[in-house]
Design a protein around this ligand. Structure first.
Ligand SMILES: *Cc1c(COP(=O)(O)O)cnc(C)c1O
Length: 457
C-alpha cells in the first residue's frame, strides 16, 4: 500500500481512502504518493476500462479490492458516448487529438469525476458516513460535479452559481438533473459571491461538522490519479517511444497527471503547457518567477485561473520533497504576489515542460483554420492547445493535444470563428425542453445554511 504525504510536510501520511475524503491536508498542503509506482503496460485492445484498472490499481491497493475497483471503473465509463471512451483522432500526420469530452457534461472533468463520485460513495458506505458536497461554479465545473454525485446514496450535493451569469446550456446542465440528492442554487450575486459563500460554509466549523461538508475540487488526489490513465492509453496507441503532450491548462491538474505518468516510466518527450491570456504558467516557464496578475475573462473560461493549485505538487518535487521550503515559497507568493523558484529548479522545470499562450483573437483564428484545413470543429480550450502545439512542435515530434471540451459546449465562440453552430450530441439534444428545478437565494450565508439543512438527507 502506498502512503500519501502532504506537500507542506506537516500533516500525517494517509492511505488512499483517507486522502480521497480529506481532499486538502490539515497543514494546507496537497497529498502526493510517497513514491510513484511503475506504470503497468497498457493493451489498447482490452479497452479503456481495463487500462484504467491496470494504471490505478497500485495507487488504491489496500483501500479497495481489485474487484471493487473494476466494478466502479466499469460503471464510470459505461456512460460515455464513445466506445473508446477517450478516442485518439489524427489531425495530421504527427498531430493527434485525444478527445476527452465524451462524458455526460461534454468536458474532460467527467473522466475523473465520474469515478471520483463513485469512489466517494464507496468509501462512505464502508465507513457508514454521509457527506454534503458543496461547490461554487462560474458555469462549467458545477455540472461535472453534479453528474458525478447524482444518485449516489451517501452524498447530497449543493452547487451555487451566479444567477443570470452562466450560459443557458450551462444552467440547464445543472438544473435539469432529475435526482433527489442534487440541488442547484442560483445566487443573486457574482461568482466571487458564490465562492465566498462556500468559504463561509467551511469556515462555520459547527455547521461544517454537523453537516459533514466536503468538496470534490481539483486538488483531490483521486482526480489526478484518474487522469494518469489517458496518457498511458494514448501512448499505447502510438509507435513513438516518446510522445509530446500539449495540454490546455488552468489549475495544472491535467498536465500534472501526465507528468506523474512520465515519472512512472511513460515515454514522454515533453509537455507543452498551453494557456490563454491568464498566463502565469507561461511566465513561470519563461522567467522562473511566479508573479500574480488579475484574472481576465477569455473565450476559454475554464482556464481563467491565475493561481494554479496543482502546481504545488510539482513544486514539492522540484524542492526534493522539502515541504517546509514549499510552504515558505507559497507563503512568500501569497504575501507579496511574487516568488522565484531559483535558477537550478527553473532549469529542471524547463527540461520537462515548455509553454506558450494564445489570446482570444488567436484562439478564434485556430478554430477557423482547423475547420478550414481539417473540416473539424474544436472548442476554444482545445484550440488554445492546438495553437500552442503548432507553434512549439518540432518537425520530428509527434504531438498529442488534449481536446478538453466538446465544441457544442462553447457554441458562440465556435460559430463566431467558423459560421457553423455546433449541434449538441444526441444525449443532450432535448436539453432545452427538459424541466428545470432550482432555487434562487440572496448572497447570504444564513440563507444558504438554511437550504443545506433543509435538503440534506
Ligand atoms: C478544467 C478545464 C481545463 C483546465 O484543466 P486543469 O486541470 O485545471 O489544468 C481545460 N479545459 C476545459 C474544458 C476544462 O473544463
Amino acid at each position: 500500500m502506498i502512503p500519501y504525504v502532504s506537500t507542506r510536510g506537516r500533516a500525517p501520511a494517509l492511505d488512499f481512502g483517507d486522502v480521497l475524503l480529506a481532499g486538502l491536508a490539515v497543514d494546507g498542503g496537497l497529498y502526493v504518493p510517497a513514491e510513484v509506482p511503475a506504470l503497468p503496460p497498457v493493451d489498447p485492445a482490452r479497452g479503456y476500462a481495463a487500462a484504467a484498472v491496470e494504471v490505478m490499481w497500485p495507487y488504491v491497493e489496500g483501500s479497495l479490492t481489485r474487484h471493487e475497483l473494476e466494478r466502479l471503473v466499469a460503471e464510470s465509463y459505461a456512460g460515455f458516448d464513445h466506445p473508446e471512451v477517450c478516442p485518439l483522432v489524427p489531425l495530421d500526420d504527427r498531430h493527434l487529438l485525444l478527445e476527452l469530452f465524451h462524458g455526460p457534461t461534454l468536458a474532460f472533468k467527467d473522466v475523473a469525476l465520474q469515478l471520483v463520485g463513485r469512489l466517494f460513495d464507496h468509501e462512505l458506505e464502508r465507513r457508514d458516513e454521509r457527506v454534503v458536497i458543496v461547490g461554487a461554479t462560474s458555469g462549467d465545473t458545477g455540472s461535472a460535479a453534479i453528474e458525478a454525485c447524482r444518485d449516489r446514496d451517501r452524498i447530497d450535493i449543493v452547487i451555487l452559481f451566479p444567477a443570470g451569469r452562466v450560459s443557458e446550456v450551462q444552467r440547464r446542465q445543472m438544473t435539469t438533473v432529475d435526482a433527489p440528492n442534487v440541488h442547484a442554487v442560483a445566487v443573486e450575486g457574482t461568482f466571487d459571491d458564490c465562492q465566498d459563500l462556500v468559504k463561509g460554509l467551511f469556515a462555520d466549523t459547527a455547521f461544517r461538522a454537523r453537516t459533514n461538508l466536503s468538496a470534490v475540487n481539483s486538488i483531490n488526489w483521486a482526480r489526478v490519479m484518474a487522469q494518469i490513465v489517458y496518457y498511458a492509453w494514448a501512448a499505447a496507441h502510438l509507435d513513438d517511444p516518446a510522445v509530446t503532450f500539449c495540454v490546455p491548462t488552468g489549475n495544472f491538474g491535467n498536465v500534472y497527471a501526465g507528468h506523474v505518468a512520465r515519472r512512472g516510466g511513460l515515454g514522454v518527450e515533453r509537455f507543452l503547457v498551453a494557456s490563454n491570456a491568464n498566463d502565469i504558467l507561461t511566465r513561470l516557464l519563461e522567467t522562473g518567477e511566479l508573479v500574480a496578475a488579475e484574472v481576465v475573462p477569455t473565450l476559454s473560461p475554464s482556464m481563467d485561473i491565475q493561481i494554479s493549485s496543482n502546481l504545488e505538487r510539482l513544486l514539492f518535487e522540484l524542492h526534493d520533497g522539502d515541504g517546509a521550503a514549499v510552504a515558505e515559497l507559497l507563503g512568500r507568493f501569497r504575501a507579496t504576489g511574487r516568488a522565484s523558484i531559483g535558477p537550478e529548479r527553473h532549469a529542471r522545470l524547463r527540461a520537462g515542460f515548455a509553454g506558450d499562450r494564445l489570446d482570444d483573437d488567436e484562439t478564434l483564428e485556430v478554430i477557423a483554420s482547423v475547420h478550414r484545413r481539417h473540416g473539424r470543429l474544436v472548442d476554444p480550450h482545445t484550440a488554445v492547445g492546438i495553437g500552442v502545439a503548432e507553434r512549439l512542435r518540432r518537425p520530428d515530434e509527434t504531438v498529442v493535444t488534449l481536446a478538453t471540451a466538446h465544441p457544442a459546449k462553447f457554441p458562440d465562440a465556435v460559430e463566431a470563428a467558423t459560421g457553423v453552430r455546433p449541434a449538441l450530441p444526441a444525449r443532450l439534444a432535448d436539453l432545452h425542453e427538459r424541466p428545470e428545478r432550482y432555487e434562487t437565494l440572496p448572497a447570504d450565508l444564513a440563507a444558504v445554511e438554511d437550504l443545506v439543512d433543509r435538503v440534506r438527507r
